[in-house]
Design a protein around this ligand. Structure first.
Ligand code: NDP
Length: 249
């Protein structure tokens, strides 16, 4: 079970890894964990102050100096992603890992009531932005010896559930994007693509989705990191097109 993977301390030494939604929740913990295993992380998110805090925590822990790139994925256009890819190219010349983590929960309401604008925002952040970043960063991932793209899905991305609306649909689309991409890369590229279902994890999003739940009963983000490390590190070379459940099934 990959959730019990034990990563060597220098697993990600020398790697450059982009984390979206790196200012909070699972993305914040992933960025700090990757840095603690030697990676130079690029912190992308919409709230600069949160990204700066993660930056400071990584520096204080003695990790490689990160890079910060504030971006509101809801506002981003293809030119935004092209400009970002150029900046990454100039700074690093390649990309070894890409964690698509940023997501919006949207509304919890029946389809008949779902607000059209909210639907579009959720699809924009959760799906369209992941496509735009993947498309524009793929040439830089191809420059890595073994690039790894990790998408973040959810149990409602495998089986639809009432009232989960655009979020559920966006996670089905995320799985689809991962599978189409992995099939295209198979046999012709050193880049691999997989997805992680984190399972119930103690974050703001989880608290928003389950307001009556005691957060202390929910798994902390730190506990799901073995799967993230496995997929970003070289032990998963050659593994592609798969969905991983970070807390087992
Ligand atoms: P959080 O809401 O705690 O964190 C999401 C992060 O994404 C935040 O840092 C947020 O920025 C960022 N983000 C949201 N919208 C945008 C945007 N428009 N532009 C840029 N960044 C944005 O969520 P989690 O950590 O819980 O979720 C992480 C991933 O895991 C998501 O893909 C989620 O769907 C998935 N997941 C989580 C589960 C859980 O139980 N927590 C279960 C299953 C899946 P800001 O901090 O500025 O708001």
């Amino acid at each position: 079970f990959i959730g019990e993977y034990k990563a060597p301390q220098d697993l990600l030494k020398g790697k450059v890894i982009l984390v979206t939604g790196a200012g909070d929740g699972i993305g914040k913990t992933a960025a700090k964990t990757f840095a603690a295993h030697g990676a130079t992380v690029i912190l992308l998110g919409r709230t600069t102050a949160k990204l700066e805090m993660v930056y400071d925590e990584i520096e204080a822990a003695g990790g490689p100096q990160p890079a910060i790139f504030p971006m509101d994925l809801n506002e981003a256009r293809i030119e935004t992603f092209e400009h970002f890819a150029e900046a990454v190219d100039q700074e690093f010349g390649r990309l070894d890992g890409l964690l698509h983590n940023a997501s919006l929960l949207g509304q919890r309401t029946p389809i008949a009531n779902y607000h059209f604008g909210t639907w579009q925002q959720v699809m924009q952040v959760n799906v369209n932005a992941a496509f735009g970043l993947t498309k524009t960063l793929l040439p830089l991932l191809e420059k890595s010896e073994a690039g790894s793209i990790v998408f973040t899905s959810s149990s409602v991305g495998l089986k639809g559930r009432a009232y989960w609306g655009a979020y559920s649909v966006s996670k089905f689309a995320t799985e689809g994007l991962m599978q189409v991409l992995a099939d295209e890369l198979d046999g012709v590229s050193n880049v691999r693509a997989n997805s992680i279902n984190p399972g119930a994890t103690r974050t703001n999003m989880r608290a928003a989705a389950y307001p009556a739940e005691d957060p202390q009963t929910v798994t902390a983000p730190e506990a799901i990191m073995p799967t993230y490390l496995y997929l970003m590190g070289d032990d998963s070379r050659g593994v592609s097109g798969k969905q991983f459940n970070a807390q087992g099934s």
